[in-house]
Ligand binder design. Sequence first.
Ligand code: AMP
Length: 270
Amino acid sequence: MRIVHTIDELREALEPARGGTIGLVPTMGAFHAGHLSLFRAAREGCESVVVSLFVNPAQFDSRADLERYPHDEGRDARLAEDAGVDFLFCPPTEELYPPGYQTWVDVEELSRPLEGEFRPGHFRGVATVCCKLFNLVRPQVAYFGQKDAQQVAVVRRMVRDLDLEVEIRVVPTVRDADGLALSSRNALLSPAEREAALALPRALATRDPVQARALLNGLDVDYLEIADFEPRVLAAAVRVGKTRLIDNVPLEIPCQASAWLGPTSKGATE
Ligand code: AMP
């Protein structure tokens, strides 16, 4: 695996790979099995796999949140290499946002509700960095997690609206055995907070907003709503201590069975 830090190095490194399919996985690092599942999908689907590791300041609405975000480039590089990634692109902030930077991609309507309401400017940051990464890497395929369902909807809309030549593939949410969706932010939870956080997947597993609301009783809920993405999802965000967690379950597509959900009214499991 080759690690590159600058745009020039990235372009030069990718030159020989241009004849084949290039898959891109955009990430903010602190890799877990969710990221590895995206790397695996990219490895299976593409001749060259590029992973970007960039904690994008533009998508954080709070400086404290940005500063708390876990970083460990050495560990991430080892995990990416073991997963068969070919190129790890880790640019410093100034490489993507040089002094004087002032151009933004705003996917207006889809960015407003849910996460957008509680994290103003978040999706402007996400769409902008994804657009830049698509321009730099020029992948035929880019991989995203269902865990961030609204992000998928925003990125897909941007790709359509700006006529970008990239296919967006979505990988199912990877969970711990107890149902908690893997997230880099889980590392910030104390054992008691982690236990409290289990209410989130349990609530979503009902696939019913009323029952879910009851199960989240006592937690600080930003939103719990059915969102009309493709597929439709029941999505929620909760705050556990200082950590904000998001999760969702698709309502229409029966996915792989897993023990944590149990039977549901529609017989669908994720
Ligand atoms: P992040 O590093 O948190 O920005 O995530 C990078 C990519 O990994 C995004 O497309 C996320 O949706 C995806 N991802 C994060 N957590 C999971 C998970 N538990 N299962 C599947 N994909 C995930």
